[in-house]
Design a protein around this ligand. Structure first.
Ligand code: G4P
Ligand code: NA
Ligand code: NA
Length: 194
């Protein structure tokens, strides 16, 4: 998605060879017009899938997911990372290990909001090692729902998540695939430059 790539090139900051900071439009401040365009792009890529629900994870997945949900006309559920006072039982839970942060956390979703009748689009802001996405897929499986695919705003193609998920036969659509962050420079997988 050209508009997203241009935003990454103008506002993204390369923090290291593996970390891209996009706080000015996705992870801290949010650009609503860009989020709307992102939502439209996901909705068009997954238009014929009969999606009934989007599942993402707090916090940075929520903005793009809500915009996609608006265009597709379906509710958006976000998995919680912390235990909630009002979210006590009837939960699907999955364990998510972050290699980046070297910690494992449980994520949870109320059974009230995903069921066997659902066709689910999983979404997230970043795809790195794919552990968050796998946790969300695990929850879709626990719910006996159908998984339509995974929509990612920025995939780091040099990390393992993309291969891990696609290797399981899951359709992964990433709006920008970063192939390298070496020498402080963002490079994209060129086939995405359509
Ligand atoms: P994984 O799920 O793909 O295995 O990713 P990982 O554990 O490495 O990611 C941990 C957190 O860091 C996630 O956010 C993820 O979105 C984010 N992240 C990973 N790589 C990058 C990067 O290069 N740039 C940025 N900006 N974020 C990255 P989180 O802790 O769940 O936070 P939130 O922002 O969703 O609240
Ligand atoms: Na995220
Ligand atoms: Na994030």
């Amino acid at each position: 998605m050209k508009q997203l790539q241009e935003k990454i090139l103008t506002e993204g900051k390369v923090l290291s060879e593996s970390v891209l900071k996009v706080d000015s439009f996705l992870n801290h401040q949010i650009d609503p017009a860009l989020m709307q365009a992102i939502g439209e792009e996901f909705a068009s890529r997954f238009a014929d899938e009969g999606i009934t629900k989007i599942l993402t994870i707090e916090s940075s997945g929520i903005a793009p997911a809500v915009m996609a949900g608006l265009v597709l006309g379906v509710p958006v559920v976000f998995a919680r990372k912390r235990k909630s006072l009002t979210l006590v039982d009837d939960l699907y839970t999955a364990s998510v290990h972050s290699f980046t942060k070297n910690e494992t956390n449980d994520i949870s979703v109320s059974k009230a909001f995903i069921g066997s009748e659902d066709v689910v689009l999983v979404m997230d802001d970043f795809l790195a090692n794919g552990q968050a996405a796998l946790g969300l897929v695990d929850i879709v499986e626990q719910a006996d729902a159908a998984l339509s695919g995974i929509g990612i705003v920025i995939e780091k193609g040099f990390q393992t998540g993309g291969n891990l998920l696609r290797g399981r036969g899951i359709r992964v659509e990433s709006l920008a695939i970063v192939s390298s962050l070496e020498h402080g420079k963002v490079e994209f997988l060129e086939e995405e430059m359509v």
